[in-house]
Design a protein around this ligand. Structure first.
Ligand SMILES: [Zn+2]
Length: 88
């Protein structure tokens, strides 16, 4: 009984059709996090407030100065999706 030898057979399959870039899913992640748009007026930049389920707020930070901004989630609130924040 002889152990199977390692036999490599090289075969020319020709150029394999292969996409240059992996396909990109247009749908994005399965469960996108809800977020609100926010305009940091004093820094004149835009950012996002991400939902913080535990705290019951949408929270984010100014990308320029790092100031915290948050919007409370609650009944009787606004359905507004865009807010303005004023950095200190
Ligand atoms: Zn700022």
């Amino acid at each position: 009984m002889s152990p199977p030898g390692e036999v490599f057979s090289v075969t020319d399959y020709g150029p394999e059709p292969r996409p240059a870039t992996p396909p990109v899913s247009a749908a994005g992640p399965a469960s996108p996090r809800a977020f609100l748009g926010v305009h940091y007026v004093r820094c004149r930049v835009y950012g996002r407030l991400y939902r913080d389920e535990a705290a019951g707020v949408y929270a984010g930070r100014c990308p320029r100065c790092g100031a915290h901004a948050h919007v409370r989630i609650g009944p009787g609130g606004t359905s507004q999706r865009f807010f303005q924040a004023y950095c200190p």
